[in-house]
Design a protein around this ligand. Structure first.
Ligand SMILES: [Fe+2]
Ligand SMILES: [Fe+2]
Length: 315
């Protein structure tokens, strides 16, 4: 279980100072994680099984299950790169109007934006290394700028909540799923760890942003923002199904045979659910995300709690 204490984010200035101090202590370069001397190890899985959900497919050989796991790793690199592309402009848009005497706040959000730009580069370089090692491109959803436009057109509180869930989910991905898994490719595991190290600070800034945006909304506007949050979730859910179909096609090409229709249907259904948990449910159920909803309104918390089971997954 996660041991993170639930705070009420009542002292923004102190949080900005702590986050800034922590982000200056946690420094890593993309080149530390991926360079000419490091290679992804294609003999190993890339994703922890609790996110990949491939080991139950007993009609696949062990090697085929590893290949599917790696394809899920590729989707992770792409999808996180894609969401970072709307996080970056959103953060910049929200820091600009309030550049003021509170320099600690400005510096904390600018560091946040700079780190997200670094993450975009990190995910792109890992994806390029994946394609080199895997041997060919895998089709992907998008393009990222169209997704960013569609998401950023929604209510800012809805977007801030989506981002808050994304940042907190990386904690679950690392601590609950990857950290204690000795079978994973060390380079991919390092990516999950280092990404989380910076996301943990972003998530605290997101909490303050969510709280500030919610304070400016009347109850009816909060209702509309939650509608928009669910609409973004619905968009993401459709995209997940599309990516699963692309991944299945890539998998059949990689193993050089077609699955029989029943097997393919089973893989598709399990994989969609595993993707739902990875990219939606693991954020939606994070205790700090639920606490942020609780601060907005118990009604908002209850609306999200009612849909959360649809995004659960157990291996
Ligand atoms: Fe990130
Ligand atoms: Fe982040």
């Amino acid at each position: 279980m996660l041991s993170t204490a639930i705070t009420t984010a009542t002292n923004p200035s102190a949080t900005f100072e702590r986050v800034l101090e922590a982000s200056q202590r946690v420094t890593w370069r993309v080149e530390d994680l991926i360079n000419d001397k490091k290679r992804l190890d294609f003999s190993r899985p890339f994703m922890p099984e609790s996110l990949a959900g491939v080991e139950g497919f007993t009609f696949l050989t062990p090697r085929e299950r590893v290949i599917f796991n790696q394809i899920r790793g590729h989707a992770y690199l792409y999808i996180f790169g894609l969401v970072e592309e709307f996080i970056l402009p959103f953060v910049l848009d929200h820091v600009r109007p309030e550049v003021s005497d509170e320099l600690t706040r400005t510096r904390a959000y600018l560091d946040f934006a700079g780190e997200e730009a670094k993450h975009i580069d990190l995910f792109r370089r890992f994806r390029s290394a994946f394609i080199d090692g895997f041997g060919y491109e895998i089709a992907v959803i998008g393009p990222p700028d169209a997704v960013a436009r569609a998401v950023l057109a929604k209510h800012p509180l809805a977007v801030a909540l989506v981002i808050l869930g994304i940042e907190w989910m990386t904690q679950k991905h690392w601590i609950e799923s990857a950290r204690d898994d000795g079978s994973l490719d060390p380079m991919f595991k390092d990516l999950l760890k280092h990404h989380w190290m910076e996301e943990s600070q972003h998530a605290k800034l997101d909490e303050l942003l969510v709280d500030a945006l919610a304070r400016r909304c009347a109850p009816e506007e909060i209702e509309r923002a939650i509608d928009d949050y669910l609409a973004i979730g619905g968009m993401l859910d459709g995209a997940i199904a599309q990516q699963t179909d692309f991944d299945l096609d890539a998998f059949e090409t990689a193993i050089g045979r077609r699955l029989d229709p029943e097997e393919r249907a089973e893989v598709r259904s399990v994989q969609i659910q595993a993707m739902r948990w990875t990219y939606i449910g693991s954020g939606m159920t994070h205790p700090r995300f639920v606490a942020a909803l609780e601060r907005i309104s118990p009604a908002a918390r209850d609306r999200i709690a009612a849909v959360a089971p649809a995004f659960a997954f157990t291996t």
